[in-house]
Design a protein around this ligand. Sequence first.
Ligand SMILES: NC(=O)c1ccc[n+]([C@@H]2O[C@H](COP(=O)([O-])OP(=O)(O)OC[C@H]3O[C@@H](n4cnc5c(N)ncnc54)[C@H](OP(=O)(O)O)[C@@H]3O)[C@@H](O)[C@H]2O)c1
Length: 338
Amino acid sequence: MFDSIAIVGATGAVGRLIRQMLEERDFPYEKITFLASKRSAGSTITFKGQEHTVQELTPESFQGIDLAIGSTPDDTAAEFVPWAKAAGCVVVDESGYWRMDPTVPLVVPEVNPEAIRDHQGVISSPNCSTTQMVVAMKPLHDAGRIRRVVVSTYQATSGAGVKGQQDLTEGSRAALDNSDYKYEAFKYPIAFNLIPQIGGPKHEGYTSEEMKMVHETHKIFADDTIRVCPTCVRVPVVNCHSETMLVETEKKITVAEARELFANFPGIKLIDDLDSGQYPMPSDCDGDDAVFIGRIREDLSSDNGLTFWCVSDNLRKGAATNAVQIAELLVKSAATAS
Ligand SMILES: NC(=O)c1ccc[n+]([C@@H]2O[C@H](COP(=O)([O-])OP(=O)(O)OC[C@H]3O[C@@H](n4cnc5c(N)ncnc54)[C@H](OP(=O)(O)O)[C@@H]3O)[C@@H](O)[C@H]2O)c1
């Protein structure tokens, strides 16, 4: 058990959910500290019925803290993680900054829990669009070895934080009222629109979000030969990312076998009955920790291909739940070691 824990970025979209997760899952600790920027320092958070004052993140913040769960922008994580490590505090980090560092395990507990063994004070949680994809890939990979994935994402505005959520609600209201709204998280209006760019230009026409899905998948499966072709699109949905996935395996997996594999995999919920119109939708998956799968069918354009639809709450399994599950693995491994 960690006596003293901190949430860094406690006031953000993911930070709020981390607080909720710690409470829901009854995460063990003695003392908790909430850290954020100067902007929110002094504001109060009610947690487990008690009021806590948000403190400004500074180099001294980690004295006496054993575990920090961070969900801040990348540049903030780049700065605070070394402060935490120097104070002997272990960090589970949600940001993109440390994920591809070779000394930092990138962990999804249903997929590669063993990777936490090698941590040197920091463990990263993947990008939300990667997390749900690798959970969906894992049972198929174990059964038939995945060689190729073509994935298109339909990503909710909450993936861009509190300002992203606000842009959708305020921007929609303004569009209906015929009034002006200045978008903060998005370059173009997201109300009644789709934006086929998430992140900046990164590699031969792919965006940084798309290349995260390639590199993070390779790291999590420790296999650079899996070919991943992503297209990431922002859609006017408040919460829950959806993905269409086409997966080609070395050994053929039938639709019936895939259904059974998904149904028996921890963390996956199967809703798959096109005849009665049953499939997962963001509005149904909001607030659930699972990765939902439906619309499973054979790929008509290849021999060993399956295609399906995958939805998950990006703030939960895509972020907060995964981070808290990593922290729970740390607690368990500390208990086993002692
Ligand atoms: N949203 C998702 O679905 C999702 C999924 C996976 C990973 N992530 C990653 O998680 C991180 C947080 O995302 P989010 O969506 O929660 O963003 P957000 O809503 O914008 O929240 C950002 C948090 O970081 C804090 N912060 C910003 N600058 C800071 C600074 N200089 N010093 C200390 N704290 C600072 C903010 O505090 P103030 O309130 O004081 O500004 C806030 O608590 C990002 O790295 C994101 O890429 C997000």
